[in-house]
Structures are given as structure tokens and as C-alpha cells.
Design a binder for this molecule. Structure first.
Ligand code: BGC
Length: 697
């Protein structure tokens, strides 16, 4: 192992040029190394759902070989819906092993920003609206990654909660709110997860870009949290040489190929030469980078080799996808479907037939394969069942075929121009042109005509990465492509239709939800997503996912829109304070469409015997599976203190996922993060379905 002394000796041997080479991108995804001293470049790749495809060193042009297909894991929102810390660890471990297998040192994941609004284009990359759930999933994920001599790079530090004007918007948030809602996942990532690296966000906080904010990187991260890992800028997040050099940012990355002109390259060299900046600040950065390399066994010692696309990884993707499916509604026990009694089956909706891996922005993937819902349903049913498909709607009507999506290997990547001034899209106009409306009506009519001839209809719609995407927020929560009309018309002719929503963020459903008997929520759930969905639809797997976010009726019910601001202008004011997500609905008694933590099972559970153990910060209760099939319940613990103005709403403080055989009862012990005298502890199946309650005395 390299100790501090050895690191200092190494630094003393380096020229200024060699040092500078190590603190900025020397390729789009790598820094420069120092060959003479055996120091390798630090090689990064995106995350979070898998290791990104290989680009040429200095062009956003995919290399296009066949060796960079990978395991496509469920997105972070999906993982959060499992509420299963062990799965988070195992998924992190798959990502770490694949990153290492692909020769990477740093994987740019997980994204742990709080979902302040359902409209944020990158919500699918994040875990939850709730800081506790976010950190409880992020910490094991990071540990899983780092088992493989690969660094996790938690992102984006901090308050990167919207895509609109993301490169410049200045976030104005009360400091106590920052510390209560937005920073805890990062604190836990650093303190409990031991994240080796962290990525500075694009946006500003209190008038300073996060990548060179003294307050964020100096005061909070280094001083208060005593962080000794490496801080990497988001790609193009640095705007000033002096500030970047003097704060504790360690590595500057960007999307351009003029590597020597980066703020921490030649411009920094010049400032050091004329005495404006002291070389010792560079030494501090190098020391932290070498320490990181040491942690990854890059300097000496034996380093894990990793691997990718193993059968075990694919199995892990399936296990996680299965647990991420959320059964939102199941009247008259419409689900599970009995394979033998289906008759003629019709699958409607483009999401049944669409592959999503290669979309969404920097989290795009070259998946080894992706099982769509249609394929999952067909492979589960086999050739004796007639399964028909009608798109019902189609995303690309009226558009030119997007070449880069169809041929990911030959087109330059969107990221090349990602720092250019934002363009206002005329998507809505295209979507609403007469030609498109006509074509869509035809698709609807075809689907409805077919539906009338079928016995079982499964609708699979929702969003896609034209909406859930980096660089753009949605303008509302409405289902695109007139899906509301389509679903309503289908439900009129097929009242028993199963509705599956596949999306990375909430959508409006109120126009048809009362008519639909069975509604299933699924995500960008990885390469095995279609199989996982079919497992749930046909009852091979009992669903156990729960919503990691509030399902609002409309986005106007979300606090950022109701009492805060979104998306703001040059500045965005988080005037809603700590009332983010369910905290706001609780505070003002607003009914969600489906509450935070909601999710049904094919069995049912009862809760009994709540005991509070104040000393051990623990609650104990008994959960029983009262049905006749095995299942899993996510037991949630909330805390509230009506005496205190600060703790006036229920807040998630603990949870545990419990697997129970049919008829089995188990005593469950749950660690709670907060429990003080006079607190009321509420235990339940969602924030609105509280089964047990006791006040701490
Ligand atoms: C994103 C980061 C990503 C980076 C590198 C940026 O556009 O904000 O999340 O890791 O690009 O691709």
C-alpha cells in the first residue's frame, strides 16, 4: 500500500505539467496519467443503469465495436421502488463489476438528487422525493460498486433538481431546508457509503457554481464532513480558473476536445507561473487523486478484474426488475391473469414494443438485449395463445426517423452540443399538428376495433426517453400522444383491461383511473423488464414494489409548483421549504392519486403488537401474511411530533421489507432514524395506510 509519505514523494517527483495533466480531462472520459512514474489515467464512464458505450477518446462518436454491450439494470427509481437494501447492494455490485470488467476506474453513479418536482427530466436516474429512502438505497449501492476496486461518483452535488437552465440556474433555498432535505443523501453517501468520488452539479447555489462553491465543497464537504475523496466536475461545470483551483474541486471534465484549454489546464499553468495561484493547491488535488488511485489498487497491489454480461448479472437484473413492479390498483382481483383463461389476447400501446435502453441522455446504454413487455408476455404464454399487438399510439408520427436512436453506433452523440444554449423545442407543435392528430386517430381506431374482438386486453403505455431525459423537463404530467383518450375509449369497450404504465416519473391518470380495475406501474426496468412484468401479470411473482414518490393527481399539487417556483428564471426559489413531496400533501391535507409508499400485493398482511424501544432506536411489530400465497410487505415507519412546529408532518424514519410465506407471521425489528419523547410513531403499508400508532413517552 502507498502511505502518505510515498504519495508525497511521488508528488515531489512530478513536474507542474504532469500534475496539471492529472486534474483535467485529457479525453472525454479520462484524465491524463504520468507514464514516467507509472501513474495511469483515471478512466470514467456513465452509469447509473449500466456502463455506457465506448466513445472515441476525443469525439462524441461511438467506437461501434461489438465489445461494449452490457447488462442493463433497472433505473434508480425502479430500484427505490423495491425498498430492498440488499438488492441495491447487489445492483451496485453488478455495476461495479461491469465497470471494472470494462476497464473503468470511476463509474458516474448513482444519481441521488431529490425529486423536487415530478417534471424533472432526470427523475428516473434518481431514487426518491424522500431523503431517507434515497440514502437508504444509495448507501448499499455505493458499497456494492466499490467492492470491485471501482469508485462510485455520487452526483450531482447539490440541488440539481431540474433540467431547465441546469447549466446556470441559481438555487435559492433556506440553509436548514438544504440540510434537512437536499444534503442528507450526500452526507450518507460520504459518511456511510464511503463514496470515493463525488460530482459537482452544473447549477449554482447561493450565486456560485456548485463545482467551485467554497460553501459546498469547502465548508460543508471538506470541513464539516471531513471528506478526503475526489471531487469531479460535471462535464462542463467549471467556469473559472481561480475559483476552481482554490476550492477543493480536484478534476475538471468537459464535453469539448480542447483539453489543454480547460480552466484547470493551460489557464491554470499561466496563473501559477505569474504567482496568482499557488502550486500547492494543485498538490492537494494530486494527493487526493493518488489516494483515490491507491484505494482502487491502481498504484500497486492486486486489482480486481471484474467482468461483464455474465448470466449472474442478467439474473440480478431480473430479480431487481421483479421487485420494482408496483401494483397500484387491483379491483375484483383482475390480476393475476390466469394463463389458461385468456382467450384471444391483445397488447396495446407502443411501450409494449419499445426498447428504452438507448435513450435518456448520459445514462443511455448499449444493452446486450432488452426484453420488451410484448416479448415478455409472448414468451410467457407460448405459441398456443394468440397474442396480437396494436400500437394505439406512436411517438414518431410526423417526425423524421431519429437516426441516432436507430443506429447508435454510427451517429455522433447529443452530448457534443449539450453545453450550447438551450433550444426551445417545437415538440408540442409537432405533436398537435393536424397530420399527427389524424394519424393517431387511425392508430386508436385500429386498436379499438381489434380490442372488441379480444378477450384479454393489456395496455402498456406511459412515457419514454423523449420525456424522461437529461437536459429537458416536462411541461406537465399529462400522458403524451393522447393516451388518455385511447385508454378511456379502450376501457369503454374492454372494462376489464389491464393498464400498465411504464415511465420514470409520475403521470396524470385521473381521467380514467376510476374506470380501470387493474393498474400496474413499471419503470425503465432494465434488460429483463418485460419478463419481470409478465411474471407479475401472470402471477408467477407476487408484486411487492411500493411507490418511492407521491403519485400526484396533477403536477399543480406538488409544492414546488403550488407554493415554490418551477422552473424559475435565472434563479429558482425553493419557497416551499422542507415541504417536498408527501410532506406538502400531509401538511395541507391534499389527496394524492396514490400516496407515497403505496403498492398492493396478491396477498394481504396484518400488523400487530407495536413496541417502541427508545434506547435502541428501534420498533418491533408483528407482520402476518393472511393470504394463501407467499409475498413480501414493505413495512414503513413514520414519525410525527404535533408539539413541535418543526416536525409537524409524518416523515419516513425507517422501513423493512419482510418476506412471508402464506399464513406466516414474523416479529420485525426496524431501526428508526428518529424517535424522541413525545413523537408519535406510525407504522403502516403506505403513508396513508397506517396500521399501528403509538406515542413515545
Ligand atoms: C451529466 C452527468 C454525466 C456527464 C458525463 C453530464 O451531461 O450531467 O450526469 O455523468 O454528463 O457524461
Amino acid at each position: 500500500m502507498f502511505d502518505e509519505e510515498k504519495i508525497n514523494t511521488l508528488i515531489a517527483e512530478m513536474t507542474l505539467d504532469e500534475k496539471l495533466n492529472m486534474i483535467h480531462g485529457n479525453a472525454l472520459f479520462a484524465t491524463g496519467g504520468v507514464k514516467r512514474l507509472g501513474i495511469l489515467p483515471l478512466v470514467t464512464s456513465d452509469g447509473p443503469m449500466g456502463v455506457r458505450l465506448e466513445f472515441e477518446a476525443n469525439r462524441w462518436m461511438p467506437v461501434g465495436n461489438s465489445d461494449d454491450y452490457i447488462t442493463y439494470l433497472p433505473c434508480n427509481s425502479a430500484l427505490a421502488a423495491t425498498w430492498n437494501r440488499k438488492l441495491a447492494f447487489e445492483n451496485g455490485s453488478v455495476l461495479g463489476e461491469e465497470a471494472r470488467g470494462r476497464g473503468k476506474d470511476v463509474i458516474l453513479a448513482p444519481g441521488i438528487n431529490i425529486k423536487r418536482t415530478p417534471l424533472c427530466g432526470r427523475n428516473f436516474e434518481y431514487f426518491s422525493e424522500d431523503p431517507y429512502l434515497t440514502k437508504e438505497m444509495a448507501v448499499p449501492f455505493i458499497k456494492g460498486v466499490q467492492e470491485w476496486d471501482v469508485a462510485a461518483c455520487v452526483k450531482h452535488f447539490a440541488v440539481n433538481n431540474q433540467e431547465t437552465q441546469r447549466l446556470s440556474v441559481d438555487v435559492c433555498v433556506e440553509e436548514d431546508v438544504l440540510r434537512e432535505i437536499y444534503l442528507p443523501p450526500f452526507y450518507a453517501a460520504v459518511k456511510e457509503g464511503g463514496a470515493y468520488t463525488i460530482m459537482g452539479a452544473y447549477n449554482q447555489l447561493y450565486g456560485k457554481h456548485c463545482c467551485h462553491s467554497d460553501y459546498l465543497l469547502g465548508k460543508i464537504l471538506r470541513e464539516e464532513w471531513e471528506y478526503d475523496g475526489v471531487v469531479i466536475s460535471d462535464w462542463g461545470g467549471v467556469h473559472d480558473t481561480e475559483q476552481a483551483a482554490n476550492t477543493s474541486l480536484d478534476i475538471e471534465m468537459s464535453v469539448y476536445d480542447n483539453f489543454d484549454e480547460y480552466y484547470m489546464a493551460n489557464p491554470l499553468k499561466e496563473k501559477i507561473a505569474c504567482g496568482e495561484i499557488d502550486e500547492s493547491v494543485v498538490d492537494q488535488k494530486i494527493a487526493r487523486i493518488l489516494k483515490l488511485m491507491n484505494r482502487l489498487n491502481m498504484l500497486d497491489g492486486e486489482r480486481k478484474a471484474g467482468s461483464y454480461n455474465t448470466p449472474e448479472h442478467r439474473m440480478q437484473a431480473l430479480l431487481a426488475a421483479r421487485e420494482s413492479v408496483v401494483l397500484l390498483k387491483n379491483e375484483e382481483k383482475r390480476l393475476p391473469l390466469c394463463k389458461e383463461k385468456l382467450g384471444r389476447v391483445l397488447v396495446v400501446g407502443e411501450n409494449a414494443n419499445l426498447q428504452h435502453a438507448f435513450g435518456g441522455g448520459s445514462s443511455e446504454l448499449k444493452a446486450l438485449y432488452e426484453i420488451t413487455p410484448l416479448m415478455g408476455i409472448k414468451t410467457h404464454l407460448g405459441g398456443n395463445t394468440k397474442v396480437m399487438y396494436a400500437p394505439g399510439y406512436c411517438k414518431d408520427i410526423g417526425m423524421n426517423a431519429p437516426l441516432d436512436e436507430e443506429y447508435p453506433d454510427v451517429a455522433a452523440n447529443w452530448q457534443e452540443t449539450s453545453l450550447n444554449a438551450e433550444t426551445t423545442e417545437n415538440e408540442r407543435e409537432i405533436q398537435e399538428s393536424q397530420e399527427v392528430l389524424q394519424a393517431r386517430k387511425k392508430l386508436r381506431e385500429e386498436a379499438i376495433a381489434l380490442a372488441k374482438t379480444c378477450d384479454t386486453v393489456i395496455y402498456v403505455g406511459g412515457l419514454n426517453h423523449d420525456y424522461d431525459t437529461e437536459g429537458k423537463d416536462r411541461s406537465d404530467m399529462k400522458l403524451p400522444y393522447e393516451q388518455d383518450i385511447l385508454i378511456q375509449e379502450l376501457l369503454t369497450v374492454c372494462p376489464d383491461m389491464i393498464v400498465v404504465m411504464m415511465a420514470g416519473s409520475q403521470v396524470e391518470m385521473h381521467s380514467w383511473i376510476d374506470k380501470a380495475k387493474a393498474v400496474v406501474w413499471t419503470w425503465y426496468a432494465g434488460m429483463e423488464g418485460g419478463n419481470a412484468l409478465a411474471d407479475v401479470l401472470f402471477g408467477e411473482i407476487n408484486p411487492s414494489g411500493k411507490m418511492p414518490d407521491t403519485m400526484y393527481r396533477t403536477h399543480a399539487d406538488c409544492s414546488a409548483h403550488a407554493i415554490g417556483e418551477f422552473p424559475g428564471g435565472d434563479t429558482v426559489h425553493y419557497t416551499e421549504g422542507k415541504y417536498v413531496g408527501y410532506r406538502y400533501l400531509e401538511r395541507y391535507d391534499i389527496e394524492p392519486l396514490f400516496p407515497f409508499g403505496h403498492g398492493l400485493s396478491y396477498t394481504h398482511f396484518s400488523y400487530q403488537n407495536l413496541q417502541l424501544d427508545l434506547k435502541a432506536n428501534r420498533i418491533v411489530c408483528t407482520i402476518k401474511n393472511d393470504g394463501d400465497i407467499d409475498g413480501a410487505e414493505i413495512v414503513q415507519v413514520y414519525c410525527k411530533n404535533t408539539q413541535s412546529a418543526d416536525e409537524d408532518v409524518k416523515v419516513l424514519v425507517g422501513f423493512e421489507k419482510v418476506f412471508l410465506k402464506a399464513g406466516q407471521a414474523k416479529e420485525v425489528r426496524i431501526f428508526v432514524e428518529r424517535m424522541q419523547r413525545d413523537d408519535t410513531i406510525l407504522v403502516g403499508a403506505s403513508i396513508k395506510d397506517i396500521r399501528l400508532c403509538q406515542t413515545v413517552c
